[in-house]
Every structure is written in C-alpha cells, then in structure tokens.
Write a protein that binds this ligand. Structure first.
Ligand code: ATP
Length: 237
C-alpha cells in the first residue's frame, strides 16, 4: 500500500552552510512527484533530509505521522526506501544476494523468494544475471538492481535520486517504462529527483522546481512542462 508525505518548512545545512531554506511540498498517495532543479539546487539534500541522513528541521509527516525526529532505520521500517545517487550495490555479491540483503531491514522476513520473483518480473535482465556479481553489471543494470533492492523493503514510498544518471538514452527509456510499471502494479508512491526533466515529467503527476534551496515553482507535471521558463532552462525547447 502506498502512502502520502507532507513536508512544511524543511531546512537542512551542512555545518554552517544552509542548503534548504524552508521547503513545502506534498506527495499524494500512490503518486509520482518529481523534484527538478539545476546542479547544486538541493535535490539530493532534500532526499537525505527526508530519510534522516542529515540534520533537518521542519515538519515531515508520513501518513499523518511525524518522522522529522526519527532515525533513518526507523524511517526505513515505516516504508520509505532511498535509492541513492551512485546506486550503492554490493559489487562483490551476486544480483540475487543483493536482493536478499534488501529484505534484511524490513519488518517481515517471510516470502523473500516470492518477492525476488516479483522483482525479476519487472526486471527480466536481473533474472538473467541472478548469479552474476553486481560489479560486472552495466550501469543500467546496476541502477535496476538498486531499485530492485529498495523494492525488497516493500516500501510505500521510494525516494529515487537521479536514476537516469550516466545511462544511455535507450536505457533511460527502458528504466522509466519499468518505473511506470512498478508504480501501476505495486502502488508505491515515488519522489523522483532528476536532471532529465523530460523523462521525469512524463512519469510524474506533480512537479516542484527547486532553485537554491527553495521551491521556485510547483504544479501538475503538465503545467510545469508547459511553463516557458522551465522549457527554456530545463527542457531545451
Ligand atoms: P546535483 O544534481 O549536483 O546532485 P542537487 O540539487 O542534488 O544537485 P545537492 O547535492 O543537494 O544538490 O547540493 C546542494 C548544495 O549543498 C550544493 O551547494 C552542494 O555543494 C552542497 N553540499 C552537498 N553535499 C554536501 C556535503 N556533504 N557537505 C557540504 N556541502 C554539501
């Protein structure tokens, strides 16, 4: 079951350097929301702040429950899975071992084999490479594995950081089609941080544009796509 997130006045700093200046945003249950913005705008920091990896202040409610003071492990247990930039798979373990590890932090330890089969149904390439070391996978396959591993938590909200980073355009298309499939079939809510604004806006329902740690623009994905300054600065047409 998917879940909703409500964020008010989110602030975060690295030491004395304030990066987020009071963000307000919502993720409706079962929806995909994208955070767009230039390099250094604070997108990655927002995801880190939501899952408690850095100090933050403000209100963060997940399904009506405050998580702003919770530790990362407790936030993960509530059903928020973070797929960080750079993927972070265990390169010397096999694909299947990586997926098994993904289930370690979730509440129920049952039906792991069944969940792995389900993930293979979304990512047939991972099934073909089940016994292969993760370090030998292509970039696109490693990204798929990182998402698959996060899904092993049976998350209700997935925080995806730049899933298209460094991937060839065809692979990006394939990956986004799979994300659409996962969303439709698993009902998981997603917060997607992306440089590839075109792809992100195709998948998303809602979009927020972050500029230097503040929300500069928000609306439905269609409204944001039609915005002239977004077109000029982020979509290139
Ligand atoms: P990118 O697409 O480049 O990752 P972003 O929008 O995700 O951009 P963030 O990574 O959130 O941006 O960075 C926001 C600001 O915080 C930047 O000015 C960055 O230099 C700074 N920053 C990020 N991580 C750290 C850190 N660990 N220590 C100090 N400053 C940091």
């Amino acid at each position: 079951m998917s879940a909703s997130l409500s964020v008010r006045g989110l602030e975060a700093s690295y030491g004395a350097f304030k990066v987020l200046h009071g963000l307000d945003f919502e993720i409706a249950e079962g929806s995909v929301t994208t955070l767009l913005g230039a390099n250094g705008a604070g997108k990655t920091t927002t995801l880190r702040a939501l899952c408690g990896m850095i100090r933050r202040s403000g209100t963060i409610e997940f399904d009506g429950r405050s998580i702003a003071r919770m530790k990362t492990e407790d936030i993960v247990r509530l059903g928020i899975a973070h797929v960080p930039e750079g993927r972070g798979t265990f390169t010397s373990l096999t694909v299947e071992e990586n997926l098994q590890l993904g289930a370690m932090t979730r509440r129920g330890g049952d039906n792991i084999a069944q969940d792995i089969d389900r993930i293979y149904s979304f990512f047939p390439r991972l099934k073909e490479r089940a016994a292969q070391q993760a370090g030998t996978l292509s970039g696109g396959e490693q990204q798929m594995l990182a998402i698959g591993r996060a899904l092993m938590l049976r998350p209700r909200l997935m925080l995806l950081d730049e899933p298209s980073f460094g991937l060839a355009p065809l692979i990006v298309r394939e990956l986004f089609a799979i994300l659409a499939d996962i969303r439709a079939n698993m009902g998981v809510s997603m917060l997607l941080v992306e440089q590839n604004a075109t792809m992100a806006l195709e998948l998303a329902d809602q979009a927020y544009l972050i500029e230097t740690g503040s929300i500069a623009l928000s609306g439905s994905a269609a409204e944001i796509r039609d915005n002239d300054s977004v077109r000029n600065s982020y979509l290139g047409y």
